[in-house]
Unconditional design. Structure first.
Length: 166
């Protein structure tokens, strides 16, 4: 497990960018946190880290936003309004799981029973104006992501290992 502190939304977005740079082309990432914790902020940083320049909005009503970024594909899910986990079948989840893509899931607990286990679970907790980000691996792939992220942070892309972002 890795714990990071982000002082503000910009720092949280930077964590997302760094995360994107160490995530392989195929991964399942769960984003946990209360309303307003910054799950979409982190997803925005992730997409920017892969070169996306457009607006990133939460797919609260559409449930899914696809992003094709050169040779990389990212599918950003927001399951907050999912009425039944079985609805994921209508979104084409089975096909997306077979593709080489990163799947980001906000509110993954809403898809319980239908979602595969996460390679990486990211828990966002509010701390005043900042956020505590806990990254927990769910697979070997997830452990590798955390190891690479920790090396990037410790090696100078951020200020300190445990409080990496100003």
């Amino acid at each position: 497990m890795l714990t990071l502190l982000a002082a503000d939304p910009e720092a949280q977005e930077r964590v997302g960018r760094e995360l994107a740079l160490v995530t392989p082309a195929q991964a399942i990432i769960y984003l946990h946190g209360d309303l307003g914790a910054g799950k979409t902020t982190l997803a925005r940083g992730f997409l920017k880290g892969l070169g996306y320049e457009g607006a990133v909005k939460s797919p609260t009503y559409t449930l899914l936003e696809p992003y094709e970024l050169g040779e990389r594909a990212v599918y950003h899910f927001d399951l907050y309004r999912l009425a039944d986990p079985g609805e994921l079948e209508y979104l084409g989840l089975r096909d997306l799981l077979q593709s080489e893509a990163v799947l980001l899931f906000e509110w993954p607990e809403q898809g319980k029973g239908e979602l595969p286990p996460a390679d990486l679970a990211l828990f966002i907790e509010m701390q005043g104006e900042g956020r505590r980000l806990r990254l927990q691996p769910g697979s070997e792939r997830g452990r590798g992501i955390i190891q690479r992220l920790n090396r990037r942070i410790t090696c100078g892309s951020c200020k300190t290992p445990k409080s990496p972002l100003p």
